[in-house]
Design a binder for this molecule. Sequence first.
Ligand SMILES: [Zn+2]
Length: 291
Amino acid sequence: MTLVNLNDVLLDAKKRSYAVGAFNFTDISTARGIVSAAEKLNAPVVLQFAQSHLPYMSLEEVGINAIQLAKKASVPVVVHLDHGEDVATAMKALKMGFSSVMLDFSLKPFKENVKATKEVVEIAHDLGASVEGEIGVMTRDDGEGMPDYSHLTDKYTKVEDAKRFYDLTHVDALAVSFGTVHGIYREKPHLNFERLHEISEALPIPLVMHGGSGLSDEEYRESIKNGITKINYYSVMSFNVVNGLRDYLNARRDKQTFLYDCDMEVIRLVEEDLMKKIKIFGSTDTALVAK
Ligand SMILES: [Zn+2]
C-alpha cells in the first residue's frame, strides 16, 4: 500500500458506512505510532499535520517524513495538511507531494471561502490530490461553557450553504458543524444528527468531523451512521500519551532512561490509544478494499 488521497479511502467508507481516523502528529514518534496502529488493524489512515503546529517542524520536514512513512506502510495512508490557513501554505504542501490538503476559510465570508478553496481545488486535482473544505462554525471550548447546539442555530452548517459551497468548489470532502468543538469537552456536547443527515443526503461527497476528542462510542457510531466518514481526533490522544509517559517515567525512577526509551514509549502509547479509536470507527480490515 502507499500514499493515497482522501477519495481513495473515504468513498469506500461512505459506501460501507465506517469512518477513517485522521490523526494529527507533531513529531516523528507520533507519526510512527499513527501508521503502526493502522497497520496492526489493517485500516486506512489519514496522517495529518496542522498548520498551527508548524513552529515545531517545517513543512519540508513534515512532508519528507510523512510521505516516506506512507510509502512504506502496509496500509493506504493519506498525507494531509490539516487546517490550512492560507492558499500559499496549501499550495506549498501540494507541490511538496502531500496527497491532500484542507483549506479552512470557514471564518471568512462565504464568497472568500469559495474563491480560495476553488483555487486550491483546481491545482490539487491537477496533481491527483484531494481537498477538504469547511463550512460552518466549529468553536473551541474556552472554558466559558459549551456552546449550546441542542436547538438549531445559525452556527450549524446549513444544508443549502453546504450544497452551494460544493457546487461552486468541487471539494472532495467537507468539514461540517453539527455540535462538535475542538479540544477537550468540558460538558457533554449536543450533537445534531438530523442536520448532519440532511447535509449527507444533499451532498455526494464524504463529510468530516472535527473535534473528535471526548465523544462517547455511541456518539461516534451515530455520527458515522449519519454520514461522517473522516474523524479528526487528537486532543485526548495527546493527553493520554503525556499521562502514560509520566507513569512510565515514574516507574523508572531508579533506572537509566534515555530519550530513545521515551520515543519508543510514545510510539507504543499512541498506537494503544488509536487502535481503540480505529475499532470504534469501524475501519478495521478495510485496507484491502480501500485500494
Ligand atoms: Zn479541526
